[in-house]
Design a protein around this ligand. Sequence first.
Ligand SMILES: NC(=O)c1ccc[n+]([C@@H]2O[C@H](COP(=O)([O-])OP(=O)(O)OC[C@H]3O[C@@H](n4cnc5c(N)ncnc54)[C@H](OP(=O)(O)O)[C@@H]3O)[C@@H](O)[C@H]2O)c1
Length: 410
Amino acid sequence: MARKLMTAVQYSSYGGPDGLQHVEVPVPTPNKDEVLLKIEAVSLNPVDWKVQKGALRPFLPPKFPHIPVADVVGDVIEVGSRIKNFKAGDKVVAMVNPIVLIKEPMGMLSPLLELAWYKLGEEFSIVCLSGKESLRLDMAPLELQASSDPVYNGVNFDRTAEGEQVMISLASTIVVGVVAKNGGGLAEFAVTKGSLTVARPPELSADKFVGLPVAGLTAYHAITQSAGIKLDGSGTKSNILITAASGGVGHYAVQLAKLGNAHVTATCGARNIEFVKGLGADEVIDYKTPDGAALRSPSGKKYDTVIHCAAGIPWSTFEPNLSSNGKVIDITPGLGALLTFALQKLTFSKKLLVPLILIPKDENLRYLVNLVKEGKLKTVIDSKYPMDKVKDAWAKISDGHATGKIIVEN
Ligand SMILES: NC(=O)c1ccc[n+]([C@@H]2O[C@H](COP(=O)([O-])OP(=O)(O)OC[C@H]3O[C@@H](n4cnc5c(N)ncnc54)[C@H](OP(=O)(O)O)[C@@H]3O)[C@@H](O)[C@H]2O)c1
């Protein structure tokens, strides 16, 4: 039976905000492990415009036209046959099109040479691969059928799902991305994996939760897993630097680090210094001043961990500011960062630059939702746009000057 039509925003080629088109497309159908949501609001992330610019070509977007955006909040409309924990009417927050880590970083330099691209179903191709990993890659399509295998982070892969695609990239980490045939969140309706959909308190407004999937989970991952901070404050007190603390990831990271009783130094622009202090940072430096550019702590602290949410800062700037075993968690790792990481591994360096790729997990999203419910974590809204002004929202996130999160509402 033909599905009803819905309004959506998509793009049909690489480009910028002008490439976004308002269209009518069929309402997507949830697979057995998916949930159909009526979207109330979405939040934008830099990755959304970077994918449209072609920064991740040829992997993402998987094909044109593409409906972008991962962070959604909405109401459950319909559930797949395997979904037992949601019913129509439930209010949820979810991530569409998750990128899921299935293996920890591999050894030394070899990963930098390896890259593979899988499309399950009709098409199947390998762009390039090398060494013994090819054995693993040949096995991958079969392994992916074992959807209960814990290495897949609980995301169910359904090889028979028409149009569903999987990317495997071997560049210091192996990443599997599931790109649902039904597209992303910038639409009236979207389907999400049940395993990355979390109930939210119906009495609280959607905008309190909409930034959590990408930015909140990245901050959580960096603070808890990478920096080793215990959010109940029971661990040893550590000195943390958070760069771009005024942005989507940074503003969550400051709050989480303070819950974990860390001493937080933060960088941001002059206009946001009071804002970042208000989030709890102990000392805040303007990144455009000489001390800010040098990342020098005003109180002379050496950092145990840097949660690096800005870009374009060389290792030579970080190195003198780190404690003897200090590490920099780089959430926007480019080739230079990967080379630094590989070189430091080869030389057994104590100070490390560690690339981070988000591993989205529903249990972590649930944890963040609870923090918001308890009033311990807040989402700061930079701006809200209605769907018919989505190009303005897209231009704003592309500028890189958001304070908190940019939201588009249906
Ligand atoms: N690895 C992953 O899985 C992952 C996940 C999420 C995000 N990311 C990446 O992480 C980065 C940050 O994401 P986001 O959502 O936080 O971005 P965002 O919200 O767009 O960040 C904007 C903020 O960064 C500030 N800023 C820019 N350059 C700065 C600098 N050199 N020093 C201090 N502050 C600076 C801006 O301040 P002014 O306006 O004052 O300049 C603005 O307030 C992006 O590159 C994103 O793609 C990676």
